[in-house]
Write a protein that binds this ligand. Structure first.
Ligand SMILES: Cc1cc2nc3c(=O)[nH]c(=O)nc-3n(C[C@H](O)[C@H](O)[C@H](O)COP(=O)(O)OP(=O)(O)OC[C@H]3O[C@@H](n4cnc5c(N)ncnc54)[C@H](O)[C@@H]3O)c2cc1C
Length: 384
C-alpha cells in the first residue's frame, strides 16, 4: 500500500495512539502540538523541589474494563497497582467516598448492617418524586435530603457553576451508594498508575521511526497542504475560528503548595460544602504509593467558567451548547481529508481508556478505508 503523509494536531493520547498505529503500517506521521510538551492533559513531571511526580493538569488515574486498552498501555508502561480511594470533608468531619456503608453509619451515627442501611436509605429517599427531571430530584429520590445536601449539592454547584436543579437527572444514573465497605472509587476490572508517569508512556508510543513531533507549534489552516489526511484533536470551535461563538467549558485553577512530610494523608480530599471555595485538595505523592518522599506537593482545585485564554477542561453540553455544537458539526461534515478526534475535537468528556479505545478504532477505520478505497469519515463517533 502507498505510504500516506499524515498530519496529526495534538500529541495527547488521541494523536499519539493514532500516529503510532498508522506509523506501524508504514505511513509517515508528523505530529504538532502548541504546548511545549507531549501527553496533552495527561502530562506529568517531577516537581523540582520534592521530586514528587505531579500531574500538571489535574490528577489522572488509569482504570478500564477494556482488555485491549489495558494490554496496549502495558506495552508502553509498567502499570503499578493503585486503588483510588477518595475522602470528603463535610461539616467538620471526614467521610469515605463513594457513599458506602462506612459513610452511612458515620453520617447517621449508626451501626447498620447492609440490609438495615438499605431500609434506612429507602426511608430517607423522597418517594413522592416518581419521575425525577433533574439531578436534584434524582438525588432526593435516591438518597434523601441529608445526604444530598451534605455530599452532592455544594460540590456540584462549585464544579458546574449551576444548581443541581438545572442539571439533567441522567447525571445520577444509578443509586450512587454502596451497601458494603468497598471504598474503591472505580468499579473497573483494571486500575493502575504508570510507574514512570504518563509523559513517559506517551513518549514510548511516539517512539517510532515514521513519527516526527514538533512542539510549540500552533496549527494553521495552510498546514493541511501536502498531507493526505489530518487528524485534529484541538477544539472543534477553534478550528472554525469560533465563528458561531464558543462552546462552553469549565476550566480549573490549581493553587500549588508544598509541605514537609505529609499534608492530608491521602491522594484526594473533596470539600463538599459550598462555603469552601475549592472542590478538592490533591496530594500527589499518594498517586505513586510505591515511592518515598520527604516533602509533599498539593493542589487546591477551583472550578469556574472557561474564558477565552483559559484551558478548556470539562465540556458543559447543556441545551445551549448542544445547539451550537450542531452548527459546528454541520460545518465539519462538509470537510474532506480531516477527522476530528479526542476530547476537544468531539467536545466530549472522555476518560483515558475511552480516548485510547476510540483512537485505536479510528486508526483501524482509516487503514480499512485505504484498503477498500472508502473516504475516511470526519467523525468516527457520534457526538451530537
Ligand atoms: C481534571 C481532569 C482529570 C482527569 N482525570 C482522569 C482520570 O483520572 N482518569 C482518566 O481516565 N481520565 C481522566 N481525565 C481525562 C483525560 O485527560 C483525557 O482522556 C485525555 O486528556 C484525552 O486526550 P486527548 O488526546 O483527546 O486530549 P488532550 O490530552 O487535551 O490533547 C490534545 C492536545 O492537542 C493540542 N492542541 C489543541 N489545539 C491545538 C492547535 N490548534 N495546534 C496544536 N496543538 C493543539 C493540545 O495542546 C493538547 O496537547 C481527566 C480530565 C480532566 C480534565
Amino acid at each position: 500500500m502507498k505510504s500516506r503523509k499524515i498530519l496529526i494536531v495534538g500529541a495527547g493520547f488521541s494523536g499519539a495512539v493514532i500516529g503510532r498505529k498508522l506509523a506501524e503500517q508504514g505511513h509517515q506521521i508528523h505530529i504538532i502540538d502548541r504546548r511545549t510538551h507531549i501527553a496533552g492533559n495527561c502530562y506529568d513531571a517531577r516537581d523540582e523541589k520534592t521530586d514528587v511526580m505531579v500531574h500538571t493538569y489535574g490528577p489522572h488515574i488509569f482504570h478500564t474494563d477494556n482488555e485491549q486498552v489495558w494490554n496496549f498501555v502495558n506495552q508502553y508502561a509498567t502499570m503499578m497497582p493503585y486503588v483510588n480511594r477518595v475522602k470528603a470533608t463535610v461539616n467538620g468531619q471526614v467521610f469515605s467516598l463513594p457513599i458506602n456503608l462506612h459513610t452511612i453509619n458515620q453520617f447517621f451515627k449508626k451501626t447498620c448492617s447492609p440490609t438495615e442501611a438499605k431500609a434506612l436509605i429507602a426511608e430517607k429517599g423522597d418517594s413522592s418524586i416518581t419521575d425525577p427531571q433533574s439531578f436534584e430530584e434524582q438525588a432526593l429520590r435516591f438518597v434523601g435530603k441529608e445526604l444530598y445536601e451534605a455530599f452532592f449539592k455544594g460540590y456540584t454547584i462549585k464544579q458546574w457553576g449551576m444548581s443541581p436543579a438545572q442539571l439533567p437527572a441522567s447525571i445520577l444514573k444509578r443509586l450512587p451508594i454502596r451497601f458494603n465497605y468497598d471504598d474503591n472509587y472505580f468499579n473497573h476490572k483494571f486500575q493502575g498508575m504508570p510507574k514512570d508517569g504518563y509523559t513517559k508512556m506517551v513518549e514510548g508510543i511516539l517512539d517510532h521511526p515514521n513519527i516526527s513531533v514538533a512542539l510549540d507549534t500552533q496549527f494553521q489552516m495552510q498546514d493541511r497542504e501536502g498531507y493526505d489526511h489530518v487528524f485534529y484533536s484541538g477544539p472543534l470551535d477553534a478550528f472554525y475560528d469560533f465563528q458561531y461563538g464558543r462552546l462552553g467549558y469549565r476550566t480549573l485553577d490549581f493553587e500549588k503548595f508544598t509541605v514537609e512530610g505529609d499534608y492530608q494523608g491521602c491522594a484526594v480530599m473533596n470539600y463538599c460544602e459550598q462555603s469552601v471555595p475549592y472542590t478538592r485538595i490533591t496530594e500527589h505523592k499518594y498517586f505513586s504509593p510505591w515511592e518515598q518522599h520527604e516533602g509533599s506537593v498539593c493542589y487546591k482545585e477551583y472550578s469556574r467558567a472557561c474564558e477565552e485564554n483559559d484551558i478548556p477542561y470539562y465540556p458543559i453540553r447543556q441545551v445551549g451548547e448542544m445547539a451550537l455544537l450542531e452548527k459546528y458539526v454541520d460545518l465539519a461534515e462538509k470537510e474532506h481529508d480531516i477527522t476530528f478526534i479526542g476530547r476537544l475535537g468531539t467536545y466530549r468528556y472522555l476518560d483515558m481508556d475511552v480516548t485510547i479505545a476510540e483512537a485505536l478504532k479510528t486508526a483501524e477505520t482509516y487503514l480499512a478505508g485505504l484498503e477498500q478505497e472508502n473516504a475516511m469519515p470526519v467523525f468516527t463517533v457520534s457526538i451530537r
